[in-house]
Design a binder for this molecule. Structure first.
Ligand SMILES: C[S@@+](CC[C@H](N)C(=O)[O-])C[C@H]1O[C@@H](n2cnc3c(N)ncnc32)[C@H](O)[C@@H]1O
Length: 328
């Protein structure tokens, strides 16, 4: 294994007729596999259209929220006048993502909500149901609980401290590594009320005779082992993760541990991860740390540079041989 400190390239995605012959898009159009570990500066839809079918194993992304921030580009998503227009833009972009995603792949989609005239718009669910209607399979709605969410001055409703993360697939037969993201069994902590615990593993007719699971028929006759997997319990749908500390001129940055769970559950080392709204490059940085390959797309060239610097500074153990950019 080798540590490398290399500069990840940023490709400036120009209209097709202006492309140079050595550009990645030219390579794609000639049917050769594109190089990965790249940040492409351009409009998501435009860039996605140039990527091959069934190409990436996992997509992790957070598009701009509806009418919240200005990302300083005329083609930016999120500045539509009406919610219906915003949703239809996302639906078109995510249809393209679906084509690019492997049959066994997973899309993890984080979307924030918004109040207008004192009323919650329900944007995340509007988007999720629209994607479902367009053929995506909605496998899970995950609550990202933010323990350090900003306090607010509202007094007539609870202060929001969560967002949604949706898990979508293209087919019913997809890759999901439950063991990579297991969490500790609460019943085996010091505070546990469970008595008997691990001593029941592998014991025929082993049944918890005390504690809160006493007499639970699901735990009789060896099913105890299944219910209490030695690597931990299956990942739950509420993830409590503080907001990111990485604030390099960019808002709405993903926390790394949120992305880490998604990548570990939905891909293997060397697999290709895509973030079509990569911003400061959190998904790309985590992909690199976990020895996955990545393609990031963002329309704002300042963010592309921030992502480039962030990702390039990551020292990586090359599990998969020579880095393509070392010799490029
Ligand atoms: C919510 S931010 C993503 C933040 C990212 N998850 C991170 O951790 O830094 C959304 C990003 O989408 C980009 N964006 C907006 N419209 C776009 C478009 N049409 N094509 C590509 N990127 C776009 C913005 O520049 C912004 O960086």
């Amino acid at each position: 294994m080798q540590n490398q400190d290399i500069k990840i390239p940023v490709l400036y995605h120009e209209p097709i007729h202006l492309l140079r012959e050595d550009s990645i898009i030219y390579t794609l159009r000639n049917g050769e596999p594109p190089r990965s570990d790249i940040i492409i500066c351009g409009d998501s839809l435009d860039v996605l259209r140039s990527l091959p079918d069934n190409y990436v194993q996992s997509i992790i992304t957070s598009p701009p929220y509806f009418n919240q921030r200005d990302y300083s580009h005329e083609l930016q998503i999120g500045h539509e006048r009406f919610l219906t227009e915003y949703i239809s833009h996302l639906r078109i972009i995510f249809s393209e993502c679906k084509r690019v995603l492997a049959e066994s792949g997973i899309l993890w989609l984080n979307i924030g909500d918004k109040y207008t005239d004192g009323e919650l718009m329900g944007v995340p669910w509007e988007v999720a149901l629209s994607l479902k209607a367009s053929g995506w399979i909605l496998r899970s709605d995950i609550i990202w609980h933010k323990p350090n969410a900003m306090p607010s001055s509202v007094k007539n409703r609870p202060t929001p401290d969560h967002e949604y993360l949706f898990m979508f697939t293209k087919s019913r037969d997809y890759y999901y590594n439950a063991d990579a993201v297991r969490e500790p069994h609460v019943t085996f902590t010091d505070q546990s009320k469970m008595k008997g615990g691990r001593s029941h593993f592998g014991v025929k007719d082993g049944t918890p005779e005390k504690g809160k699971n006493q007499g639970n028929s699901n735990l009789h006759r060896g099913r105890w082992d299944q219910a209490f997997h030695p690597l931990g319990r299956n990942k739950r749908t509420v993830w409590s993760i503080p907001l990111s500390k990485f604030r390099d001129a960019h808002f709405a940055v993903f926390p790394e541990s949120l992305v880490e769970t998604c990548i570990k559950a939905s891909s293997k080392p060397t697999d290709l991860i895509l973030d079509p709204f990569c911003g400061s490059g959190t998904s790309l940085a985590v992909a690199r740390k976990l020895s996955r390959r990545f393609i990031g797309i963002d329309i704002n060239s300042d963010y592309c540079k921030i992502a480039q610097n962030r990702v390039s500074s990551i020292q990586v153990d090359l599990l998969f041989g020579e880095d393509p950019f070392q010799s490029a």
